[in-house]
Design a protein around this ligand. Structure first.
Ligand SMILES: [Zn+2]
Length: 348
């Protein structure tokens, strides 16, 4: 059955009270990426829409969460877990990944108005403008073309993208190839796409990323926590232990210097079971530099997570599911329980 139909059914079934006592935990960490001012009317790749939250929905969601839950900063959350503090209401922590410009231009004024804390995990290649925002370029190419050719590991691949469904599927396949490639392989693929389809990757980062000046300025606001998200946003498990630690620490050193603060919180790039596992968590821990590490595994936070501070699951607020009742299905624990085969404390 179609996923969105299942969600609609779950929304109206009286299941939340059954799951809440067991699966909602003591808190939830939400995460988002981009914020947009209105849904653009142009054709899009489905997967791209998931990472974009409409600013009107963001405000509606924050007002709702503020009323119902205790929205705290990520620093407070680590204290709550470590000291086993009991809060009157379930806590919510709100985070953004990567460092998109719209986090400040569109989202921040709402957080400021409502006095709600937020964390922005910066991958340094955003403000350094060295990131390849290949997903925007790939989307543009797929929407323009009906067939894409790619040579990867000396093999020729062809992706048919004549209709929307094929475009969505090809996007997922090529995305998988790119994020699982090492830096050198990734460069070869992206150079090919730029050359063959007449694109300029740098144009995307210049438009979308926060600058260091903006990060420095916003970091002075006590409502804002700046976290690390590695230097180059690579899939950590494609790197050696030494390289992983360098990716993490180079990021922290530069952010510490820019913000004049000790950056204590970390989010793994991509963060699914395809990219991070026990080794990556151990490597983060071994740096002795952070008090928390968040993944993109779906789950709520339980008291037991005090022993798993470097593998904290989160809940993604999806642009494709901009619906408070659906968000509640996650926060009450119903969807996390189904996704994790009824496992409560999700770590890895
Ligand atoms: Zn990221």
């Amino acid at each position: 059955m179609n996923k969105s139909i299942v969600l609609q059914i779950l929304k109206y079934l009286p299941l939340k009270p059954l799951f809440r006592p067991f699966y909602s935990g003591c808190g939830s960490i939400l995460f988002m990426h981009k914020v947009i001012s209105h849904h653009e009317d142009r054709q899009r790749i489905e997967m791209m829409k998931a990472n974009e939250i409409d600013v009107d929905f963001l405000e509606k969601m924050l007002l709702y969460l503020k009323k119902k839950y205790d929205i705290i900063s990520i620093d407070e959350m680590t204290q709550v877990l470590k000291l086993k503090k009991k809060l009157k209401k379930k806590f919510i922590v709100i985070t953004f990944d990567d460092g998109y410009k719209d986090n400040i231009t569109l989202a921040y004024p709402i957080f400021k108005k409502l006095q709600i804390p937020l964390t922005i995990y910066i991958t340094n290649c955003f403000p350094n403008k060295t990131a390849n925002l290949w997903w925007y370029m790939l989307e543009d190419i797929l929407l323009e073309k009906s067939k894409i050719r790619l040579t990867y590991k000396n093999k020729h691949h062809q992706f048919i993208c004549e209709n929307q469904n094929q475009k969505n599927k090809s996007f997922e396949k090529i995305r998988g190839i790119i994020i699982n490639a090492n830096a050198q392989e990734q460069k070869l693929i992206l150079d090919q796409l730029q050359d063959n389809y007449n694109k300029d990757l740098t144009s995307y980062i210049n438009k979308e990323a926060l600058s260091w000046e903006e990060i420095e300025k916003i970091s002075k606001d006590p409502l804002v926590t700046i976290g690390c998200h590695t230097k180059n946003h690579l899939s950590l498990n494609t790197l050696s232990k030494k390289e992983q630690i360098k990716e993490i620490l180079d990021s922290k050193i530069e952010i510490d210097k820019r913000t004049n603060k000790d950056t204590n919180h970390f989010a793994y790039p991509f963060g699914t079971s395809n990219e991070i596992n026990k080794n990556e968590v151990e490597n983060l821990k071994s740096t002795l530099s952070f008090t928390s590490g968040t993944t993109t595994r779906t789950g709520n936070i339980f008291e037991e997570h005090a022993n798993h501070m470097y593998a904290l699951p989160r809940i993604q607020v999806l642009g494709t599911q901009a619906d408070l009742s659906v968000l509640e299905l996650y926060i009450c624990g119903l969807i996390p329980a189904l996704k994790n085969k009824f496992r409560k404390t999700v770590t890895l």
